[in-house]
Design a protein around this ligand. Structure first.
Ligand code: FAD
Length: 560
């Protein structure tokens, strides 16, 4: 079992005090995680610090798709779509357990007002999508008859339905994608610390007489201790916090571009309330956009919106008007579902770190392309982009950092290796999942759904969970009725995935808070007790963890 726990974190904090790193990465979302993996795989001495938990920002609040982005074809962003489709194909190899090819369906109605676009235009877009992804292993799109469409969604409004288009994209588990990239970076030698924020920079006068960043001042959020981390190059991967991070150096003047946060919300409902056998693209009733309806882990996720956001970046949330708007659209296309606010298990919101384009009228027109900004103090900032394209963003960022290391410190490093470097758990091909799950179910006497869940969630790391089950019978206990998650997963999160708080375990290692809502709150105490054993919490600390989880749950998963 590869330990990656609070002890690993404590050791990393100790090393920080004695070591000079080649690269310090600020931010443990998908962008920072990808950069840490790329840099460590090139042999660079790498440190990543995250102020809350891995993926606590935008990277746990996405639609959870590994996709080219059909919608971006409308903006003629062919390059962006092509890049994303190439990355989609790479991810099927480097993270097979986190990239599941999945059918997406767009209904076609006789009444043009019920269609997202003219069917001919949609077909042209899908042909282009097929061409751009040619040779990358995903099936091509096809036209479905009315009956075929209804067989994939019995509640779909049959009145005036002419048929549908079906195409393929990927489903993922966003926060676990981040955690598996973080674990892979650690396996490649990176030092990683969550719950530690950067509060300011260290500076040094360069040979050219200019002040350059030489590291950062950190605060260990678990103890309040201040630490200095020394590094030759500092990378800012803080997403919507990009500008605040740049401005830790008060001397930096005006910036060429800035971040424009755009909020997107989602709802999670029970699968029985909207039984769909594929993902669906359902037009919004209020503008030219669609909502994804995606079956996900025994639930259905629906979203997303796209609105300018000026509130607290640490606490974006859905509001009731947004929830009503989504429910109205879904009820209009699935009238028999009759969804009501009471059907919503949880709501959640994320902020897109879009880079400002002064010409765009609204945020949906701002390009999703990433932007690298290098300020005169040597800070390299990267923001924008997508979950899907994180690997390529990381490669570009580390290429620039490696160039600076060579020029200024004579440190050389090889090219990126991440096209072939698997994330943690990548050692089992998707085509072997079904057989492996059956064997696991038989050999360990587990229900088949539990075995499937373990394989799909942990990929080739699943034997580490089996080891826990064999070690302690009590860890075979399901955590929440109706869901396949086992107590062993909480222990694994603490021992092997640096879950430091109850919230980390319930929100981002497992997704129980989002999937189960109230039921997760009710199950929180025994789960906290499992964590307490692993992390040596006192009864007072366990009570504090429960109170913090309650507060964070309300902030993140309830509309306000
Ligand atoms: P974040 O995940 O926000 O990470 C930044 C991190 O920096 C945070 O964890 C934060 O805590 C940390 N940080 C900030 N300040 C400091 C500091 N001072 N010290 C230390 N750490 C700090 N993309 C797709 O490919 N597929 C999708 O389906 C998809 N759906 C989306 C849906 C929505 C609603 C949204 C908003 C985005 C979606 N995206 C999708 C885009 C994708 O989610 C983002 O591009 C990506 O998650 C951004 O990751 P990031 O690491 O740059 O930012």
């Amino acid at each position: 079992m590869t330990e990656f726990s609070w002890r690993t974190r404590r050791d990393a904090l100790e090393r920080i005090e004695h070591e000079i790193f080649d690269l310090l990465i600020i931010g443990g979302g998908i962008t920072g995680a990808g950069i840490a993996l790329d840099a460590a795989a090139r042999g660079l001495r790498t440190l990543l610090v995250e102020k809350r938990d891995f993926a606590a920002g935008t990277s746990s609040r996405t639609t959870k798709l590994i996709h080219g982005g059909l919608r971006y074809l409308e903006q003629f962003d062919f390059g962006l779509v092509r890049e994303a489709l190439v990355e989609r194909a790479i991810l099927t190899r480097t993270a097979p357990h986190l990239t599941e090819p999945w059918p997406f369906v767009i209904p076609i109605y006789a009444d043009a007002r019920r269609n997202y676009d003219h069917p001919l235009k949609m077909r042209a877009g899908l042909i282009l999508y097929d061409l751009l992804s040619m040779g990358h292993g995903f099936e091509r799109h096809r036209r479905l008859s009315r009956e075929e469409a209804l067989s994939l969604a019995p509640q779909l409004d049959p009145r005036g339905l002419k048929g549908a288009f079906l195409y393929y994209d990927g489903r993922t588990n966003d926060s676990r994608l981040v955690v598996e990239a973080i674990k892979a970076a650690h396996e490649q030698g990176a030092q990683i610390v969550n719950h530690a924020s950067v509060r300011g920079f260290l500076k040094e006068r360069g040979k050219d007489g200019r002040d350059r960043l030489a590291g950062a001042r950190l605060r260990d959020e678990a103890t309040g201790r201040e630490i200095e981390a020394h590094a030759r190059v500092v990378v800012n991967a803080t997403g919507v916090w990009m500008e605040e991070t740049i401005r830790f150096n008060e001397q930096v003047g005006a910036l060429p571009r800035s971040v424009r946060p755009a909020k997107g919300i989602h709802l999670t409902i029970a699968a029985e309330r909207l039984p769909v056998r594929s993902a669906w693209l359902i037009p919004s009733l209020t503008g030219h956009r669609f909502y994804f309806v995606v079956p996900w882990q025994g639930r259905v996720n629906i979203g997303t919106t796209d609105t300018d956001y000026q509130g607290d970046k640490d606490a974006p949330a859905a509001n009731e008007a947004e929830v009503t708007e989504i429910l109205n659209a879904i009820n209009s296309y699935f009238p028999d579902a009759r969804l009501e606010p009471a059907d919503v298990i949880t709501t959640w919101a994320g902020l897109r770190p879009l880079i400002t384009d002064p010409r765009a009228r609204n945020t949906s027109e701002v390009s999703r392309k990433e932007e690298l900004i290098e300020t005169p103090d040597g800070l390299i900032s990267i923001s924008g982009g997508k979950l899907t394209t994180y690997r390529q963003m990381a490669e570009h960022t580390v290429d620039l950092a490696a160039r600076r290391l060579r020029e200024r410190f004579d440190v050389s490093s090889p090219h990126s290796r991440t096209r072939e470097t698997g994330l943690s758990g990548a050692g089992l091909a998707r085509k072997a999942f079904a057989d492996t799950a059956e064997q696991l179910s038989r050999s360990e006497h587990l229900p088949i759904e539990t075995a499937r869940h373990l394989i799909e969630t942990y990929g080739s790391n699943h034997p580490q969970l089996v080891e826990l089950l064999r070690e302690d019978e009590r860890l075979r206990r399901p955590l929440i009725e109706g869901l396949p998650h086992l107590a062993a997963e909480i222990v694994y999160a603490a021992r092997c995935e640096m879950a430091l708080t109850l919230t980390d375990a319930l929100m981002r290692r497992t997704r129980l808070a989002m999937l189960a809502g109230e039921a997760a709150r009710n199950a929180a105490r025994p789960i906290a007790e499992l964590m307490a054993r692993e992390l040596e919490w006192s009864p007072e600390e366990t009570a504090r963890q429960l109170a913090v989880f309650e507060e964070e749950y309300r902030r993140e998963y309830q509309p306000h």
